[in-house]
Design a protein around this ligand. Structure first.
Ligand SMILES: NC(=O)c1ccc[n+]([C@@H]2O[C@H](COP(=O)([O-])OP(=O)(O)OC[C@H]3O[C@@H](n4cnc5c(N)ncnc54)[C@H](OP(=O)(O)O)[C@@H]3O)[C@@H](O)[C@H]2O)c1
Length: 319
């Protein structure tokens, strides 16, 4: 099969596209032919060598794709060739074929197209656990999201709005600002010098997947407010002094999606909850930006540039 792979960690120039051995499935696995493959920020951390990645020679990045079951392991149950699936936590996904443990495969309902599933899969399940596992809140509470028109954050913003929060955010461009407003945010600030003056101690909860903004997040959060830290799209957070956090009785919480996807039932339950927001017309997403798998370097560079809006997907060449 063809795959996007690399032999040593580094910048996007390490990425190569070419022939590698087909995966072998075990009795508990499904062989999935990928239709759309998700590119995520964590893939950049992995390619740089800063994050967990499966040992494999060569390395094949990616943990998310949607596609079709083409072979079924002897001990799997409830699966058939032709089933459409999504997975968000299975290694070696930047490839035409992936061996997917059956408990990691999420069977797609008929009303959820494969492309939509790939567009909202990992980012949507992340938004779902951020909104439903890491915070509680009451109707009308104010939430702030840095980079609100990013992939995770577009979905998070809409889920929070649907759940009754008043949602606010920041963005780098006016195009991104329009998207977030159209998706229901109450106010979206363009990051110009001093943009947050007048907003300190305003928000019940601040969502920070940017990292470098953590000190600002603690300023934006109210006394007894909460900071939810979940990523470093803008760089590592500087060290913070917990005494300052204590001084305002604030709460800091973190979470990694994989700690919430602990069984087949959890994956199915959480994805059903996410798809329910779609079916109720509460989630709109910008069209994904699609690259052929052979153009891997371009796609990684685009994601790293910070210019992308919404999801980046690969399509295996020839599909
Ligand atoms: N914890 C988990 O389980 C989990 C799972 C998935 C993703 N994540 C994390 O969630 C974050 C978002 O992922 P994504 O896939 O949605 O990426 P994305 O689509 O690229 O969105 C990231 C956003 O961050 C904003 N940003 C970048 N640099 C910034 C800066 N210096 N200051 C403020 N905002 C900045 C950008 O918006 P602007 O252009 O408006 O600045 C961009 O839209 C990443 O950190 C990722 O690692 C965590």
């Amino acid at each position: 099969m063809k795959a996007l792979y690399f032999n040593e960690f580094g910048d996007s120039s390490v990425l190569q596209y070419g022939e590698v051995a087909d995966p072998q499935i075990s009795n508990d696995d499904l062989l999935v032919k990928t239709t759309y493959i998700g590119l995520n920020f964590a893939d950049i951390y992995r390619r740089r060598g800063n994050y967990q990645i499966k040992e494999h020679h060569p390395y094949i990045n990616g943990y998310e794709a949607a596609g079709v079951v083409v072979k079924v392991g002897a001990q799997t149950s409830g699966w058939q060739i032709g089933d459409q699936v999504l997975f968000v936590d299975v290694p070696l996904a930047n490839a035409e074929l992936v061996a997917v443990p059956s408990q990691n495969a999420i069977k797609l309902p008929r009303d959820i197209p494969v492309k939509l599933a790939a567009t909202i899969g990992l980012q949507g399940l992340t938004a779902d656990f951020l909104a439903h596992d890491l915070i509680s809140g009451k109707k009308g509470d104010k939430a702030f999201i840095h980079g609100i028109s990013g992939g995770v954050d577009q979905l998070l913003s809409q889920i929070l709005t649907a759940d009754g929060f008043k949602v606010f955010g920041s963005v780098s461009t006016s195009d991104k600002q329009k998207i977030a407003i159209n998706q229901g945010a109450s106010a979206v600030y363009l990051r110009k010098p001093g943009w947050y003056e007048g907003l300190t101690s305003t928000f019940d909860v601040v969502f920070d997947g940017v990292g470098s903004t953590v000190p600002l997040s603690l300023k934006l959060a109210k006394r007894k407010g909460k900071l939810v830290f979940y990523g470093m799209a803008g760089g590592n957070p500087p060290k913070i002094d917990l005494r300052d956090v204590l001084g305002k009785s604030q709460v800091i919480t973190t979470g990694d999606l994989w700690d919430y996807l602990t069984s087949a039932e959890e994956r199915q339950r959480r994805s059903a909850r996410l798809f329910d927001y779609v079916n109720r017309g509460l989630l709109t997403v910008t069209e994904p930006i699609i690259f052929p798998l052979s153009h891997g370097k371009e796609a990684y560079d685009y994601l790293e540039s910070g210019e992308s809006i919404g999801k980046i997907l690969f399509v295996p060449d020839g599909n």
